[in-house]
Design a protein around this ligand. Structure first.
Ligand code: PAF
Length: 246
């Protein structure tokens, strides 16, 4: 595997799969790398903690960063090129062009994290333009992110196929997230109410936690989506509603 830091070094052969990431790799990311490996000649993973999708006061500064560990895991799981761009290459001096997926980007997560999906959509389009993948891989865990990216790809006729992989959970049911690393053992115990409440479609299982939302969302597939805060950690999760497949 090669680590490349500039777009000029991004030479790919045959079909290309891109897994956009912000690092802090866990089994969820690794499942995306393996899915991309199975379907493409070249697998590119991008590693960029995108400042534009964090609001002031969010966890940009404490977001897990360990490039060496991430590179080793990417290599073991079939990545050919780890693209680690510099912030100034993604957002060059004078940057002022943004992608705003208006409605889908302003509900649920978008309501609680204004500007978040504008940052996500913009960085994804930029990465698609730099890497020019045939397919890009995202996790169902971020169901709204998937909906926003799919909408952008349709609206702007971006030539990439969006592939979605199932949420990966720990044995106790907690969906894997880079942010789980922030949880103390007691907080982690409390966080288990989130997958339980979703699985039982029972909001009362979240009593005692700060709930940002717990509601069905008309994504494809339709999901029951929730976001809670446990201490200073904000967690999101969703389950696909009965009768539909991810
Ligand atoms: O899901 C993520 O890690 C990020 O939102 C993404 C898609 C890499 C864009 O920065």
């Amino acid at each position: 595997m090669k680590v490349v830091r500039t777009a000029a070094e991004l030479r790919t052969d045959g079909s290309t799969g891109l897994v956009p990431t912000m690092g802090g790799f866990h089994e969820g990311h690794l499942s995306l790398f393996r899915a991309a490996r199975a379907e493409n000649d070249t697998v590119v993973a991008s590693l960029f903690v995108n400042p534009a999708q964090f609001a002031p006061g969010e966890d940009l500064d404490r977001y897990p960063r360990d490039e060496e560990r991430d590179a080793a895991l990417a290599e073991e799981n079939g990545v050919d090129l780890l693209f680690v761009p510099a912030a100034e290459d993604i957002y060059p001096d004078g940057f002022q062009t943004w992608v705003d997926v208006e409605e889908l980007g302003s509900i649920l997560e978008g309501e609680h994290r204004p500007g978040h999906f504008r940052g996500v959509a913009t960085v994804c389009l930029k990465l698609f333009n730099l890497v020019r993948p045939d397919r890009a891989y995202f996790g169902q865990k971020d169901a709204q992110q998937v909906a926003v990216i799919k909408r952008m790809v349709r609206d702007l006729a971006v030539p990439v196929e969006i592939r979605v992989c199932p949420t990966v959970r720990d044995d106790d049911g907690l969906a894997l997230s880079s942010r789980n690393a922030y949880l103390s053992p007691e907080e982690r115990e409390k966080a288990l109410a989130l997958p339980r409440a979703l699985a039982a479609n029972d909001r009362s299982a979240l009593d005692g936690l700060a709930v940002d939302y717990f509601e069905p969302a008309d994504f494809e597939p339709r999901v029951l989506a929730a976001a809670v805060r446990v201490g200073s950690t904000r967690l999101i999760d969703n389950v696909v509603l009965e009768g539909e497949t991810a």
